[in-house]
Design a protein around this ligand. Structure first.
Ligand SMILES: Cc1cc2nc3c(=O)[nH]c(=O)nc-3n(C[C@H](O)[C@H](O)[C@H](O)COP(=O)(O)OP(=O)(O)OC[C@H]3O[C@@H](n4cnc5c(N)ncnc54)[C@H](O)[C@@H]3O)c2cc1C
Length: 272
């Protein structure tokens, strides 16, 4: 089946093209879209591209960092001011995938992918989304919950607060093939401290539900506590609560439920 490629100078025109055609798919780095096309996915009849430079901009000048949706994972790794996001970016694929794959595309990557998005969820990121309605800011958690209904929307950028210290943000990906490979479980935790106590704990998990999820019971176990052994044990015990893990060739749902607490405790303890 022939595929039409439409290139637009503005994100508004691209969003209009996406929302008016069910067969239209936005092309980020194409690591998933092009694979689908090459494998004969006939649901894609039009590929939409945007040349607007705003999509590839990184702004790290303030406490809040803004990353264009078209920024590649390799560019994240090249940006010293985004050091807190280097571990999730580095955990994705090999160099060829990171050279092409984008932050925006990762938001839509199905399990066992979407590792960068786990980090963004723990950081309470906000997405700037262009739709037929104009541009609006959407909290990442809300976006992920309705991701399947976002097919006509174009993500312009993601923004998040920079963690207060290197220790406040932690990331860990469990995979069978290292350093790359699909996720058995991906974990990220943001642990802002005030007076020795955790305030605003966020724990995000990948491969523990159809989309990335927050481990809210673990967050409650951490909130207002100091990060000691009993707090870590309580968070680990609550890690699987509310999850519905993937059951696939990488690991069974049972296995994921069994090990998520072990890896959360190691993440919190700062163990390799
Ligand atoms: C060999 C291989 C290994 C991989 N390993 C990993 C891995 O370890 N971890 C991981 O997380 N991923 C992995 N991936 C998946 C993928 O490469 C990444 O998730 C990447 O970030 C996807 O970005 P992309 O720009 O290439 O997406 P694309 O293929 O361009 O798009 C993917 C989807 O997102 C939509 N989309 C893209 N950008 C936007 C936007 N701005 N607004 C709206 N919709 C958009 C597209 O329409 C499409 O539906 C791997 C892929 C391959 C082929």
């Amino acid at each position: 089946m022939p595929v039409t490629v439409k290139t637009f100078a503005s994100s508004g025109e691209a969003a209009a093209a996406l929302s008016s055609d069910r067969g239209a798919r936005y092309l980020g780095g194409g690591t998933l879209v092009m694979r689908a096309l090459n494998e004969g996915d006939v649901s894609i009849s039009t590929v939409v591209r945007v040349t607007d430079r705003a999509l590839t901009r990184i702004d790290v000048s303030g406490a809040r960092v803004v990353i264009g949706a078209g920024v590649t994972l390799a560019r994240v790794l090249a940006e010293r001011d985004l050091a807190f996001l280097h571990p999730p970016a580095r955990s994705i694929g090999g160099p060829a995938v990171r050279n092409m794959g984008t932050v925006g595309g990762n938001l839509f990557a199905p399990s066992p992918y979407g590792d960068f998005t786990v980090a963004l969820l723990a950081l309470d990121a906000t997405l700037s989304v262009q739709g037929g309605f104009g541009v609006r800011d959407v909290p990442i958690e809300e976006f992920l919950q309705s991701r399947e209904r976002q097919s006509g929307a174009l993500v312009l950028s993601v923004s998040c607060q920079r963690p207060a210290s290197a220790d406040a943000f932690r990331y860990r990906k469990i995979a069978r093939i290292k350093p790359k490979g699909g996720s058995v479980i991906t974990l990220a935790a943001h642990l802002p401290m005030s007076g020795g106590r955790i305030t605003g704990a966020r724990v995000a998990l990948g491969s523990m539900a159809p989309t990335q999820m927050r481990a809210k019971a673990a967050e409650r176990a951490l909130e207002g506590r100091s990060l000691d052994a009993s707090t870590m044990a309580a968070a680990a015990a609550a890690a699987a609560e509310g999850s519905s893990p993937a059951d696939n060739a990488l690991a069974s749902a049972w296995y994921r439920r069994e090990i998520v607490g072990v890896h959360l405790r190691r993440l919190l303890a700062g163990q390799e």
